[in-house]
Write a protein that binds this ligand. Structure first.
Ligand code: ZN
Length: 178
């Protein structure tokens, strides 16, 4: 009888464990939680700089429009800032908001400019991206909603983050050498 109870108890426990695992799967599929930023389910939609598609098309190059407004991705290694390590900062190429500083830029050998932190966390909007069979965190300019790239948790210290940014989404501004 004792054995029967034991087997019954193990059965219950393993059933509970299975349930826990099953419950764990969907939670893995939602936005990756992170201590450094919150990931929203969708873009906030309202931006300080708001323009129609026609206006953006006139102002941006076709490559910029494709990436910033249509969430495209430039070919790896093709961007002008991938291997660019001058001292200065990077602004949004659509609305000119300050986004990243060269002091946080590093070579991730991935073919895109990479930063371990933004200039100011408020400059970036984080949205879950479930396209292409993956769950990624998309990063947008919080001033105009322009698509910049994605952020991953495989970056260097001190943040452990890698902001993988399209060169066409940003513009470099050189700071004078002292
Ligand atoms: Zn912008």
């Amino acid at each position: 009888m004792k054995y029967l109870l034991l087997i019954f108890a193990i059965g219950i426990l393993s059933f509970a464990a299975c349930n826990q695992n099953q419950a764990g799967v969907p939670s893995m599929a939602v936005a990756p939680s992170n201590a450094n930023y919150e990931v929203a389910d969708s873009g906030k939609g309202k931006y300080a700089v708001t323009k129609t598609d026609e206006e953006w098309k006139k102002e941006l190059t076709p490559e910029q429009y494709q990436v910033l407004r249509n969430k495209g991705t430039e070919r790896p290694g093709s961007g002008q800032y991938d291997q660019h390590f001058e001292k200065g900062y990077y602004i949004c190429s659509a609305c000119k908001a300050k986004l990243f500083n060269s002091t946080t830029k590093f070579d991730a050998h991935c073919g895109w400019p990479s930063f371990f932190a933004p200039e100011d966390s408020a400059a970036i909007e984080y949205v879950v991206d479930r396209n292409h069979g993956m769950v990624r965190t998309e990063v947008l300019c919080s001033n105009c909603g322009g698509h910049l790239g994605h952020v991953f948790d495989d970056g260097p210290a001190p943040t452990g983050q890698r902001y993988c940014i399209n060169s066409v989404s940003i513009e470099f501004v050189k700071t004078p050498d002292k």
